[in-house]
Ligand binder design. Structure first.
Ligand SMILES: [Zn+2]
Length: 65
């Protein structure tokens, strides 16, 4: 079913934030996608999604474009 596939895709995206890039310009993986270095890291007090870059150890919040 199409719906099942969409749900599976969504679950994978929740685990792997491959399209997120590290905003730290000093990070070796700055601006790179699909490196697998960005993982979800809880939420801010304001309820925004927080991410962690495993390469440089910095956390940041999602930005909308
Ligand atoms: Zn980084």
């Amino acid at each position: 079913m199409v719906r099942d596939r969409e749900q599976t895709t969504r679950q994978v995206q929740q685990l792997l934030e491959k399209d997120r890039t590290c905003p730290n310009e000093a990070c070796p993986d700055f601006g790179k996608t699909k490196t697998g270095n960005i993982i979800k890291y809880g939420h801010t007090d304001g309820g925004r999604q927080r991410y962690l870059c495993r390469t440089c150890g910095k956390t940041f919040t999602a930005t909308r474009r």
